[in-house]
Structure formats: structure tokens, C-alpha cells
Design a protein around this ligand. Structure first.
Ligand code: URA
Length: 243
């Protein structure tokens, strides 16, 4: 029958016998409270493969990293509380016992690379407020320094999705959390979203702010002597905004 295909023509998840399926490197999952690693699905690994490839050009890098950012935002939103919410469906007399998110959220992007994740947040949360924080290494002390921040005035009443695609040492993100804490945002109302994290960065975060939820797509091997994540993807901001 035409519906029974030869194995090489089959479609769907069982298109190949198990021993012929491709293997790929998936994230390690360090046992750290409040570290949430996205499900290592074939689609996610394919997206990460695309953006790690040094031959991937800017347009493809933007498209595929946006898809990962969407997954991160959706995962982060799943950590926010919902209340029961009953609705009437268009079908006569039928109701549905559902839920509704009642709280207020905002995004805060760590400039410049964090701004690359704003579109995904806007696609998931229509007319969401987005603040910005600029932290750069001080030329003289080589310590991170806060250069600029613009945040919603009622930020302490909001859940904050902090955006930075690469968690390397965590220096800037930790300082960004200090800024949010100084504005009165409770530690457990902050979710830090990134595409690739280093084990060092994840540990630094857990040591200093154990209640901040870190939502990441992948935990890489480590950092090199220039504090780049390895194997990593190079400089995210350069690849997204300029190259
Ligand atoms: N920032 C990047 O863009 N890449 C890294 O590897 C580390 C920090």
C-alpha cells in the first residue's frame, strides 16, 4: 500500500531506527536550585547548532536566536503564579475552568546584547514595559561599573525578566540584580534569562542570589582565558547587531 513506506522514506520521530539516529551534545544539568535548563529537544539543539556555527550569517543568527529567546520567555512565564479563571466558550452552555496570569511584569535588558531578547518578550507579552541597564568594565579598575539605568518607576511591584544572552562570569548580571534590589524588587521576583551559561556564572549567581531563577537554554563547558564561554558562540552582540 502507498501508506506503508520503506524505512528510508518514513516521516516523524521514528523515521530512523534508534541506532541510526543522530547524537548531539546536550547540556549538562548541574544540581543547583533555581537553575532551569530548557528541555533539550531536537529543535532546541538544532537552533543552538545554527547559532554556534561561525559560518552562520547575521540574518540566520538573528532568526534562530529569536526562536530560542521565545522558548526562554515562555519557560520563564511558566514560573509566574496564575489564578483560577472560568470562561464561557462559544459552544452553547459550556464553560471552561481555566487560569489567568494576574501580576505585572517587565523586562530589563542588560545593554547591548540583552536588547536582542526584547523582541521575543514583546511577542509573548503585548505592550510589556522594558527597562534598560548599561554596565561596562571600568577602564581603570577593570571592575564592572553601572553607567546608566532606566527602569519603570513601579518596578518593585513587578516580576522582572532580566535579559542577557550570555552568562559568562556573571559580573554584569549580578550588578544588574544589585540595581534591581536597590529599587526594592524582591530577589524571588527576578528571573534571569540567557541562551548560554557557563558553570562558573551559574554558580556565582546561586552563591550571591539563590532566590533568583536562572532560565537558560544550555550550560556550556566553561570559560577561556578571555572569559569567553567555550565552546560558546563568540561575541553575541557583535553577531546579532553588527557582523
Ligand atoms: N559575552 C559574549 O558575547 N560571549 C561570551 O562568550 C561571553 C560573554
Amino acid at each position: 500500500s502507498p501508506l506503508i513506506r520503506a524505512p528510508s522514506q518514513q516521516l516523524g520521530p521514528d523515521y530512523r531506527p534508534t541506532e541510526e539516529k543522530p547524537t548531539a551534545t546536550v547540556s549538562t544539568a548541574p544540581k543547583i536550585n533555581n537553575l532551569h535548563i530548557l528541555n533539550q529537544s531536537p529543535q532546541l539543539i538544532a537552533l543552538l547548532t545554527m547559532i554556534r556555527d561561525k559560518h552562520t550569517g547575521r540574518a540566520d543568527f538573528i532568526f534562530h536566536s529569536n526562536r530560542i529567546s521565545r522558548l526562554l520567555v515562555e519557560e520563564a512565564l511558566n514560573h509566574l503564579p496564575v489564578l483560577p479563571h472560568n470562561v464561557h466558550t462559544p459552544v452553547a452552555g459550556r464553560t471552561y475552568a481555566g487560569v489567568k496570569f494576574e501580576g505585572k511584569i517587565c523586562g530589563v535588558s542588560i545593554m547591548r546584547a540583552g536588547e536582542a531578547m526584547e523582541q521575543a518578550l514583546r511577542e509573548c507579552c503585548r505592550s510589556v514595559r522594558i527597562g534598560k541597564i548599561l554596565i561596562q568594565r571600568d577602564e581603570e579598575t577593570s571592575m564592572p561599573r553601572l553607567f546608566y539605568d532606566k527602569l519603570p518607576e513601579d518596578i518593585k511591584e513587578r516580576w522582572v525578566l532580566l535579559l542577557d544572552p550570555m552568562l559568562a562570569t556573571g559580573g554584569s548580571a549580578l550588578m544588574a540584580v544589585d540595581v534591581l534590589r536597590s529599587k526594592g524588587v524582591p530577589e524571588d521576583h527576578i528571573l534571569f534569562l540567557n541562551l548560554i551559561a557557563s558553570p562558573e556564572g551559574v554558580q556565582n549567581f546561586a552563591d550571591k542570589f539563590p532566590k533568583v531563577r536562572v532560565v537558560t537554554a544550555f550550560v556550556d563547558e566553561g570559560l577561556n582565558d578571555k572569559n569567553y564561554i567555550v565552546p560558546g558562540l563568540g561575541d553575541f552582540g557583535d553577531r546579532f547587531f553588527t557582523l
